[in-house]
Design a protein around this ligand. Structure first.
Ligand SMILES: [Zn+2]
Length: 424
C-alpha cells in the first residue's frame, strides 16, 4: 500500500505524552494523572497540524515524510500553555525584591547602606504603571517580543497576556493594541483586559470605575481588543462590589470573565466569579473550603500561580491537593510580571507546583497543557497531541516525564516546534 506523505515525522521518543481525550472539558481529580503516554510513539505533521500519532509500526506503515526529527530517546509533549501573564510592561522592580529580602531577614532597610538611596524610591505597581505610560506602543512591543521569545525557548507555545499597567483609557488601549499586533508573532496569544488591576493615582475610585465601564469596555468591544475581562479583587485593589459592576458590563459587551482572587486575602471573590460564570479564577492562595466546593460544582478552572508566593516569600501556597481532590479543574501559569512573578518559565512553575503544593508531576503537566488551554478557550487547537490539532510540540532533554519537575532551575527544552516549524 503506498504511504501518504506528511511534512515531518518526529520519531525515536521514549515517551510521547499526548494528553489526548480532554478537549471537550478540562481534566479533574484522578484524571489529571492521565497523560495518554505512547511508548516509542511517532507524531506525523502536515500543514502545521498533527495528521497522525501512534506507535512506530502504525505510523511507518501509513506515512512517509521528507523531514524527520529524531528525538533520541527523549520525551515529546505538547508545548506549554501559559494561561496567565502580564507580559506587556516597561521597567523592572528588582529594588522591590531587595526590600523584601531585607524585610524578610528581619533587618532595617537602613542596615543596607549600599542600597539606601534607591530603596527610598517609590516601587510597587505604580512604578511599573509610570514606566509603561512613558513607553510608546512600539517600545512595549519590542520589550514584550523579547519576553515572548524567552518563553518560546523554554517551551511555551501559547500565552495569555493581560493589560493593566496603563490605568487610563489611552494607556490601556495602547497596551491592548500592542498585544493585538503581537498576535502575528510565532506564538498564539490570547488577550485579556485588566484595566481593573489597580487605581491610578490621579483619579478618584468612582471616576476610574466610570472610565472602565463607560469608555474602556465599549472600545475594547468595538476594536476586538480582548476576549476576557479580568478584575484584581483584593484588599487595596478592587472590592467585590466594584468587581461586580465591571463584570456585569463586561458580559453585556461580550467579554468572558476571569478574576484575580485570594492572592493575599479571601474577600469572597470566588463566590462572585462562580455566580457570573467566570471561565477561571486565578491565584487562590487564600480560599475557603466552601469556595473550593463551589468551584468544583461550577467546573470553574482554578489557575494556580506558585511563582508568586515563591518570589514574594510568603510561604503561603494555594491548597492544590484539596482543590484537586474536591474536583476543581486546575491549571498552572507563571503570572509573569515585574512585581510578583518575574519568571517566564513554565518549567520552573511545574517544579514549584510539585514541591510547594504537592502536585504529582503528571497533574502539573496536565495543568500546564490541556487544562491551561481550557482556561483561555484554546482547547480545540492546542494543549494536547491529537489528530487535527496544531503541531505545537516540545522535545525535552529527559528520559521520562517524572524528570520534568525533578531537574529544576534550567531549561530542558531541546526543540520547540510551533505549527509544525522548529522555532527554537
Ligand atoms: Zn496576575
Amino acid at each position: 500500500m503506498p504511504r501518504n506523505s506528511a511534512d515531518l515525522l518526529i520519531v525515536g521518543a521514549s515517551e510521547v505524552l499526548t494528553l489526548g481525550g480532554a478537549s471537550h472539558r478540562p481534566r479533574t481529580g484522578a484524571e489529571m494523572n492521565e497523560l495518554g503516554i505512547i511508548k516509542d510513539g511517532v507524531v506525523a505533521i502536515k500543514g502545521g497540524l498533527i495528521c497522525d500519532i501512534g506507535s512506530l509500526q502504525k505510523i511507518y506503515d501509513k506515512w512517509s515524510a521528507p523531514g524527520i526529527i529524531h528525538a533520541e530517546g527523549r520525551v515529546v509533549m505538547p508545548g506549554f500553555v501559559d494561561c496567565h501573564t502580564h507580559a506587556v510592561f516597561a521597567g523592572s522592580r528588582e529594588i522591590d525584591f531587595i526590600k523584601k529580602i531585607v524585610r524578610k531577614s528581619g533587618r532595617e532597610i537602613s542596615a543596607v547602606p549600599a542600597y539606601l538611596e534607591i530603596l527610598k524610591g517609590g516601587g510597587g505597581i505604580l512604578e511599573t504603571v509610570a514606566k509603561t505610560r512613558e513607553a510608546s506602543e512600539e517600545r512595549l512591543m519590542i520589550y514584550a517580543a523579547f519576553w515572548l521569545n524567552n518563553m518560546l525557548k523554554y517551551g511555551t507555545t501559547t500565552v495569555e497576556i493581560k493589560s493593566g499597567y496603563g490605568l487610563s483609557f489611552e494607556d490601556e488601549l495602547k497596551i491592548l493594541f500592542a498585544i493585538k499586533k503581537l498576535r502575528g508573532s510565532k506564538m498564539d496569544i490570547v488577550s485579556t483586559f485588566l484595566g481593573a488591576h489597580a487605581f491610578p493615582p490621579e483619579k478618584s475610585r468612582e471616576a476610574y470605575l466610570k472610565e472602565i465601564i463607560d469608555h474602556m469596555i465599549p472600545h475594547i468591544h468595538v476594536h476586538e481588543l480582548a476576549k476576557y475581562c479580568d478584575v484584581f479583587c483584593e484588599a487595596g485593589a478592587f472590592s467585590v462590589e466594584e468587581a461586580e459592576k465591571i463584570i456585569e458590563i463586561a458580559r453585556v459587551w461580550g467579554l468572558k470573565i476571569k478574576l484575580h482572587a485570594g492572592e493575599f486575602n479571601d474577600l469572597g471573590a470566588v463566590e462572585l466569579g462562580v455566580k457570573y460564570g467566570a471561565v477561571s479564577i486565578d491565584h487562590l492562595d487564600h480560599i475557603s473550603d466552601s469556595a473550593i466546593l463551589a468551584m468544583a460544582e461550577a467546573e470553574t478552572i482554578g489557575v494556580l500561580l506558585p511563582a508568586v508566593p515563591f518570589h514574594l516569600m510568603t510561604g503561603h501556597y494555594a491548597p492544590a491537593r484539596k482543590m484537586i481532590d474536591a474536583g476543581v479543574p486546575i491549571a498552572l501559569a507563571t503570572d509573569f510580571n515585574p512585581g510578583s512573578a518575574p519568571t517566564f518559565s513554565m518549567q520552573m512553575v511545574i517544579a514549584l507546583a510539585c514541591r510547594q503544593m504537592q502536585m504529582t508531576p503528571a497533574e502539573a503537566i496536565t495543568a500546564s497543557t490541556i487544562n491551561a488551554a481550557h482556561a483561555i478557550g484554546m482547547e480545540e487547537k492546542v494543549g494536547s497531541l491529537e489528530i487535527g490539532k496544531q503541531a505545537d510540540i516540545i522535545i525535552l532533554d529527559i528520559d521520562n516525564y517524572l524528570q520534568l519537575p525533578y531537574w529544576f532551575g534550567g531549561n530542558l527544552a531541546r526543540e520547540v516546534i510551533k505549527k509544525g516549524v522548529i522555532v527554537s
